[in-house]
Design a protein around this ligand. Structure first.
Ligand code: FAD
Ligand code: DHB
Length: 406
């Protein structure tokens, strides 16, 4: 097999890259180790930045998101038992976030690729990368016991944190920076009506809690727990008791209980791989960086990385120039480090750290008091939360449908 861009991984990064390149007439093959049902059923993120929403719309895959997603103008921060609203729309000149589940974005992208005759190979085993320092890099994999090889012009490694692509960049030129947090998130999906019109991020002595939503019938909530805890220790009753303890407030606000239809625990880390490219290999999304989920940045960074990469590849195929491709890591990392900073800041401000003294807890409360009472500080939170601009030097890109030949 031969293709222009071989893409490893059918997560948000890989599928969006395949879709954006298709719109520019560039051929791709996506190789995914899981089945279509699995990738369309994995419950993860929910918050889409304004730029992500604009790009999904401009590239023609936003129709269902516009109908079924929930636009939020603000978020609430709760501490000392009181809630404080950050009006993001007002503070950012009209930008908002959309709550629309990641697996729904995946379904929309897979449907668009399938409809356009795009090639996605599911259930691929033993995926490996070869000859990335040459002009003919190759992806090898097994499917139903048979060996296959795809010869490419470029490889995009969009295979998440545990995939093989990052490891294909030689150790000697790869630096990895990371921080592992002593917290985990227990996430649930519950069949209840919405609890609140906007997300609530809660700092509580018993630990962080987050109230989110999915639909009029299903809500998504998270509790800070020990990252090594076993989900079996968390009965539905225990989860509701803990959510009541952390979120119910003095003004009579009370969590709504209902059947829990899904629950799991994830650990939290911050991680950045520098560089994000070597030879003809470019890595994007969680393959290159991880953020703790508190800032809701992971999926959005995956989308901004592949936006840069798609522009670089487009420039190459249109003019033979590699200006953008050569600067791919540099351009992406500028935005990634700012999202790292924001996610780290939100995480440390909102979680209870067992190693902290009452002094550090008081500093968290002062930070929250400051951020909710100062226009300067709340503007900074709002502009980061709705998403910093996508930048491509020399391109002066404005996100509108005219900039993509949809
Ligand atoms: P992935 O989604 O991990 O996709 C990688 C794909 O590659 C997978 O389909 C995988 O099966 C495939 N793959 C792996 N190995 C191989 C292999 N060897 N061969 C072939 N294929 C392979 N982000 C936000 O922006 N907003 C949020 O609100 C948010 N909330 C979150 C809440 C939780 C609880 C969690 C866990 C994450 C959250 N995130 C959020 C982060 C977000 O889900 C990830 O950052 C996002 O999935 C990254 O997309 P990706 O395409 O880079 O990687
Ligand atoms: C959701 C996830 C997040 O990480 C976050 O910060 C806000 C909301 C969610 O899944 O709805």
């Amino acid at each position: 097999m031969r293709t222009q861009v071989g893409i490893i991984g059918a997560g948000p990064a890989g599928l969006m890259l395949s879709h954006l390149l298709h719109l520019q007439g560039i051929e791709t093959i996506v190789i995914e180790k899981r089945s279509r049902e699995e990738i369309e059923g994995t419950i993860r993120a929910g918050v889409l930045e304004q730029g992500t929403v604009d790009l999904l719309n401009a590239s023609g895959v936003g129709e269902r998101m516009l109908k079924e997603g929930h636009i939020h103008q603000g978020i609430e921060l709760q501490f000392n038992g009181n809630r404080h609203r950050i009006n993001m729309e007002e503070l950012t000149g009209g930008k908002k976030i959309t709550v629309y589940a990641q697996h729904e974005v995946i379904k929309d992208l897979v449907a668009a690729r399938v409809q356009a005759g795009g090639k996605i190979i599911f259930n691929a085993d033993h995926v490996s990368l070869h000859d990335i320092e040459t002009e003919e890099p190759k992806i090898r994999f097994e499917k139903e016991g048979m060996g296959n090889e795809i010869v490419c012009d470029f490889i995009a490694g969009c295979d998440g944190f545990h995939g093989p692509s990052r490891q294909a960049i030689p150790n000697i030129i790869r630096t990895e920076k990371q921080k592992v947090y002593p917290f985990g998130w227990l996430g649930i999906l519950a069949e209840t009506p919405p609890v609140n019109p906007e997300l609530i991020y809660t700092n509580h002595e018993r630990g962080f809690a987050l109230i989110s939503t999915r639909s009029p019938e299903v809500q998504r909530h998270y509790l800070q727990v020990d990252p090594n805890d076993d989900i079996k220790n968390w009965s539905d009753d225990r989860i509701w008791t803990e959510l009541h303890a952390r979120v119910d407030s003095e003004d009579g606000f009370k969590m709504k209980e209902g059947p829990i239809i899904q629950k799991n625990i994830v650990s939290m880390r911050s991680f950045v791989c520098e560089t994000m490219q070597h030879g003809r290999l470019f890595i994007a999304g969680d393959a290159a960086h991880i953020v703790p989920p508190t800032g809701a940045k992971g999926l959005n960074l995956a989308i901004s990385d592949v936006y840069v990469l798609s522009n670089g590849l487009l420039q190459f195929y249109q003019s033979g120039k590699k200006e953008i491709l050569d600067q791919y890591s540099e351009i992406c990392l500028r935005r990634i480090w700012k999202a790292q900073r924001f996610s780290y800041w939100m995480t440390t401000m909102l979680h209870r750290d067992v190693n902290h003294s009452s002094y550090e807890y008081q500093i968290q409360l002062a930070e929250l008091d400051y951020v909710t009472s100062s226009i300067a500080a709340s503007t900074s939170l709002a502009e980061n939360y709705v998403g910093l601009p996508f930048e491509i030097p020399g391109y002066n890109f404005k996100m509108n449908s005219a900039s993509l030949s949809v």
